[in-house]
Design a binder for this molecule. Structure first.
Ligand SMILES: Nc1ncnc2c1ncn2[C@@H]1O[C@H](COP(=O)(O)OP(=O)(O)OP(=O)(O)O)[C@@H](O)[C@H]1O
Length: 232
């Protein structure tokens, strides 16, 4: 079996006002897995994503990502660590005044990828995402589905080992939601570990992937080829 690339070891997170968002979570995700994280609003899903990105610190317990103990990353190493992980969000978070090509190239420029490589890799990933003819468009000129595909291209252009997606279909209609899921599945089949937070029960039920269910910060089920639990 492949090595775990994400480990939560007895992780709890309480926010300042006393809410326990995550309560003693133990979890291992192996290289190449596709995992859904589900649970009702406020169950702690986004908190898990923020912990994995080291945007917030656990109150107790340890988190390891890509064989790194996140508590031991020094301040100056955090930006580089975050860039080693692909991330997509519900609201796309694209640069509104840059075109599609520039939005994706930007992710490479910040890690100082040589220009010759950028010129090769950006068109390649745009083509995989079905956006080859949209490279000059601004985000405002694209549909929601297209914008999310640009966000995916940007998350993937640096070849991350892990892709985290927080409600990637939250703003999309069913057709575009399935298109994004098909792309995530394809990316996963090429070896990227994919973790998706979602409320979309139809997608979770049909895709038959590993499903982790949270309720009030507690991991209440973890099933291979699982479905969306309506009992949380
Ligand atoms: N910055 C914060 N300060 C205080 N409490 C917070 C903060 N962020 C989240 N919480 C609380 O922590 C709990 C878990 O929130 P979280 O955002 O992780 O839930 P979620 O499962 O992602 O919800 P949703 O599906 O609505 O996005 C909630 O009770 C929320 O109110």
């Amino acid at each position: 079996m492949d090595a775990p690339v994400i480990i939560f070891d007895q992780v709890s997170k309480s926010y300042q006002k006393g809410t326990t968002a995550i309560n003693n979570i133990n979890l291992q995700i192996r290289k190449g897995e596709f995992v859904f994280i589900v649970g009702s609003s406020g169950s702690g899903k986004s908190t898990m994503i923020k912990l994995m990105l080291k945007e917030i610190e656990p109150t107790s317990g340890k988190i390891y990502v890509n064989f790194k103990d996140l508590s031991r990353l020094r301040h100056g190493q955090v930006a580089r660590y975050r860039r080693s992980i692909g991330v997509v969000f519900q609201n796309f978070r694209l640069l509104k005044d840059r075109n599609v090509y520039e939005n994706v190239a930007f992710a490479q420029r910040v890690i100082e990828t040589p220009s010759s490589m950028i010129r090769r890799q950006v068109p390649a990933i745009l083509s995989v995402m079905g956006l080859a003819d949209k490279h000059k468009a601004l985000p405002g000129q694209l549909s929601g589905g297209e914008q999310q595909r640009v966000a995916l291209a940007r998350a993937l252009v640096n070849n991350p080992v892990i892709l985290l997606a927080d409600e990637p279909t939250g703003n999309l209609d069913p057709k575009n939601s399935w298109e994004i899921m098909r792309l995530l599945d394809e990316i996963n089949k090429k070896g990227t570990t994919v973790v998706v937070v979602t409320h979309n029960s139809d997608i979770v039920d049909k895709m038959q992937k590993r499903v982790i269910t949270l309720s009030k910060g507690i991991l209440i089920s973890d099933e291979q080829k699982g479905g969306y639990t309506h009992a949380f």
